[in-house]
Design a protein around this ligand. Structure first.
Ligand SMILES: [Zn+2]
Ligand SMILES: [Zn+2]
Length: 131
């Protein structure tokens, strides 16, 4: 199925810290929280980390068994800049800044329940994950 990966409007709510809203040209509306976006960072480094853990983009880090949960400040961007017409780049408050999020990637990983169901149907092999 071809997805429309062309945003009509993009709002990054840095001051309120709530996340990013994208309205797509086909009328779909996506809301991404900043922690989700941080955990979905598409750079090679983060991709590798996720593959090791078997996480999907946007899945939070798995707690290490037996260790105390470490306090981590909620992810927030320190800088947001457009990359041409096709992507947006975030610099994060933990110093990470290699993530370039293309509209296509963001649309593909829309966290709304409708898109989650669609992805689960397209990839039954990984639908055994809880949530
Ligand atoms: Zn990254
Ligand atoms: Zn969606």
């Amino acid at each position: 199925m071809a997805l429309v990966a062309d945003p009509k409007s993009v709002k990054v709510n840095v001051t309120t810290g709530t996340g990013m809203d994208i309205e797509w040209k086909d009328g779909h509306h996506s809301v991404y929280s900043f922690p989700f976006l941080r955990d979905a960072c598409p750079c090679a480094l983060c991709n590798e980390e996720r593959e090791k853990d078997g996480r999907q983009p946007g899945d939070p880090l798995k707690p290490v068994a037996g260790s105390l949960p470490m306090f981590k400040a909620a992810a927030r961007p320190t800088q947001v800049e457009p990359v041409g017409k096709y992507a947006i780049r975030f610099s994060w408050n933990d110093g990470h800044q290699h993530g370039i999020y293309s509209w296509e990637f963001l649309r593909e990983h829309c966290p709304c329940s409708e898109c989650k169901v669609r992805r689960a149907m397209e990839a039954p092999a990984i639908s055994s994950r809880p949530n």
